[in-house]
Design a protein around this ligand. Structure first.
Ligand code: DGJ
Length: 730
């Protein structure tokens, strides 16, 4: 079915590429299964965006779109520019602004030609070539689309052949131009342990900028992921909503400008803060991709499309397996030795997870890593704690029938470390100014190839010495203060080249170790984006594992990231019982960070049983369609369901998030995504030992009933979290 649709689209696309709007203009519709993004040139060869929305049956009609709007004059004629420039007629926020080799600041980009390539039966790549009529300066705009998922990536390539260097002052990935009565921005903010806090507001005229200047851990205060609803805030199931994000793990910038015609210009890409780029003649500058997905059926559909795209095309091993694990971070912090770890390895098996993950504190001798003030950079096993090295632990893990993983933070250095003493010029810091620390540490200069080799070597050595090593947790705790790289010729290139250096290292690692699972951690969720996730199998959303907080956080992360990528650990944070904590962590990639030997017998039994349920349900949770049924932001009970694509099996998680008198599932909760004609049974899972489910699992309901009237999980103070399996009976 998919193939036929994609193929018929191919034919219509091929016919369409040169549909003329007027004698001089060219209309370029980029269509996916549901949507169209349409570009059009004018008589002066400017390329504008004339449409973004549901696709039309008759593609000729895109030519009528512009005339249907009777908005105030566009004095410049380039207000809807696909890639707006500076120094000529555009006086709105530019995507690209330059100083030419002769000192002139003007740029105009005119259409030359375009072409499209079908990359496979679902993916196509449009290239639009633009050129300045006065200067030998060119830009190619790329628009890659995934037909079935309605996902688009846009980026640009910038080059020139001027006699001398050109300075790029701003070099965004791409722009979009939207028309509607009103625009509602949903953005996210946070800090350590408070990641992904949503805020929604109507956009007013002027520019709203989402950005980061933190260098590393760039999402600490704000990620680049956002959504814009058109006309009214979209709900889960209704409304037009555009999700956007920059695929970049450093400083980003998203400008949302509501202009004099009440239209919304979105310009997104790398942050140009302190980063003018000097482009040599003949050099090609490639921006990272700006990712977007549009849904006219609400946020739920937008998420499902993005999840499916991410699993199929972006996240490393997105369709593959993941390992459940026991982490020792909160069980021991820095205070452990070989014996303690061996005991934890036994507990790993007893609990029933796949892997033991050794966290921070295993390394450094001259300045031992006994707290977070020393040792980062000295990646040799600490002889006191681990006299027989990591190798013994890996063997011990194998003897216990579990795998072994390890924590690293290879981009960082402690001022108290041998690495700092030996290579002060590898450290990002201003010469002649006092150092300023974030978590008592500094960042290594990844723009320096020698540092890239070192960082690669940290991980490579671990694998070389311990080929059975099965998991890496890659942490990144510091942001960059006093940005200065001793070996870099042009300091303005630092922020860019840091991230490029990081990707170089990750590329090298993945070339050598293509599939080993790696967790992207950044003192919590300080670094998650779809560029980084090409190298990682999962990310750590937050150090805040209080399950009540996690219900909210995982809900908000789930707009953009699928559960297979979201690590969620059961810890001692929060006041909820182990059942609630485990039920919440089961919505993601499950792990534990507790002292197993401290668990009461019933608690342990509960966890062991829950792990078995997880084993059986993980294909549905990781690869199924997610339906956010009831938001914790405005209900006493939050509910989220995952259903397999055949609509025959699912799981629904229900959590009480409100403590008020008699708060609970007073009303039924409507399921989504079921087959109305089938019959389903609801069976409660993760029932705590010694308690009885109040759900009658012998009853069956039609899909229609469950989606129209709903189900009642009987959530209340004494049943604060309820996990129900949904099983089709016919
Ligand atoms: C921050 C991470 O988010 C934690 O999970 C833990 O690994 C610590 N770093 C270790 O220092």
């Amino acid at each position: 079915m998919k193939r036929i649709c994609a193929a018929s689209w191919l034919i219509s696309a091929a016919l369409l590429w040169q549909v003329p709007a007027t004698a001089q203009s060219v209309t370029i519709p980029v269509e996916t299964r549901n949507n169209a993004l349409v570009f059009q040139t004018d008589a002066n060869k400017n390329v504008g965006i004339i449409y973004l929305g549901s696709k039309l049956a008759d593609q000729q009609e895109y030519n009528q779109v512009a005339a249907a709007y009777k908005q105030t004059t566009d004095y410049s004629g380039v207000a809807n520019a696909l890639y707006s420039t500076a120094g000529t007629r555009n006086l709105f926020e530019p995507a690209l602004s330059v100083t030419h080799a002769d000192g002139n600041n003007s740029l105009d980009l005119q259409y030359v030609r375009h072409e499209t390539k079908q990359l496979d039966n679902n993916t196509s790549l449009l290239s639009i070539y633009l050129k300045d009529p006065v200067y030998p300066f060119e830009v190619t705009l790329y628009c890659k689309t995934w037909f079935n998922e309605d996902v688009t990536e846009q980026w640009s390539e910038i080059r020139h052949t001027e006699k001398g260097k050109v300075t790029l002052h701003k070099y965004a990935s791409a722009g979009l131009y939207l028309r509607a009565n009103s625009f509602w921005l949903r953005q996210y903010h946070g800090d350590w342990a408070r990641e992904m806090q949503p805020e929604e507001a109507r956009l007013t005229h002027g520019i709203k900028t989402l950005d980061s200047k933190l260098g590393t851990r760039a999402n600490l205060f704000q990620p680049s992921a956002f959504m814009v609803s058109l006309d009214q805030p979209a709900t889960e199931d209704a409304g037009t909503v555009l999700y956007g994000a920059v695929e970049w793990s450093g400083n980003f910038r998203v400008d949302l400008e509501l202009d004099n015609r009440d239209n919304l210009r979105i310009i997104a890409g790398v942050n140009n803060y302190a980063s003018p780029y000097t482009l040599a003649s003949g050099e090609v500058f490639t921006t990272p991709a700006f990712l977007s997905v549009l849904s006219t059926k609400g946020k739920g559909e937008a998420s499902r499309k993005l999840h499916s795209w991410a699993r199929n095309y972006k996240i490393l091993d997105g369709k593959g397996n993941r390992l459940t694990l026991l982490n020792n971070w909160e069980a021991t912090y820095f205070d452990f030795n070989e014996d303690k770890l061996k005991a934890l390895l036994k507990d790993t098996k007893k609990l029933g997870v796949d892997l033991f993950l050794l966290d921070d504190g295993w390394f450094a001798n001259k300045y031992p890593r006994n707290d977070d003030h020393a040792g980062l950079g000295d990646w040799q096993e600490n002889k006191k704690k681990l006299p027989n090295g990591i190798a013994t632990l890996v063997q011990e893990a194998q003897a216990n029938g579990v795998k072994f993983g390890i924590w690293v933070e290879p981009e960082m250095v402690s001022p108290k470390s041998e690495l700092y003493e030996q290579h002060p010029d590898w450290v990002v810091k201003q010469p002649n100014r006092p150092e300023h620390y974030f978590r008592n540490q500094l960042v290594l200069d990844l723009s320096n190839p020698a540092v890239q080799d070192f960082v690669f070597g940290v991980v490579d050595n671990l694998f070389t010495k311990n080929p059975a090593l099965a998991y890496i947790k890659w942490d990144c705790n510091a942001i960059i203060y006093n940005a200065h790289a001793a070996k870099l010729g042009n300091q303005s290139h630092f922020y860019l080249q840091y991230v490029q250096g990081l990707y170089q290292v990750l590329k090298r690692l993945r070339a050598k170790y293509p599939t080993v699972p790696m967790m992207l951690c950044s003192g919590g969720g300080g670094r998650v984006d779809y560029a980084a996730l090409q190298y990682f199998t999962e990310f750590w959303p937050s150090d805040n594992t209080d399950p009540l907080e996690r219900v909210f956080m995982q809900w908000d992360y789930s707009y953009f990231y699928p559960s297979v990528s979201m690590s969620a650990h059961v810890t001692d944070w929060g006041k909820q019982p182990i059942k609630y904590r485990t039920d919440v962590a089961m919505m993601g990639k499950l792990g534990f960070d507790i002292v197993v030997s401290h668990l009461e017998e019933k608690d342990l039994r509960f966890c062991q049983e829950a792990l078995k349920n997880y084993e059986s349900l993980k294909p549905v949770i990781w690869q199924g369609n997610q339906y956010r049924l009831q938001s914790p932001h405005d209900h006493a009970v939050a509910a989220i369901a995952y259903l397999n694509t055949q609509q025959t099996r699912g799981v629904v998680f229900n959590y009480l998030v409100n403590n008020r008198y008699e708060a609970g599932s007073v009303l039924p909760i409507k399921l989504k995504g079921l087959d109305p004609a089938r019959r389903y049974r609801l069976q409660e899972l993760n029932v705590y030992p010694g308690t009885k489910s109040t759900i009658d699992s012998s009853k069956t309901y039609s899909g229609e009933f469950l989606m129209t009237v709903g189900y009642n999980p009987d959530v209340k103070a004494s049943r604060a979290s309820v996990v129900l399996e949904i099983i089709a009976t016919n």
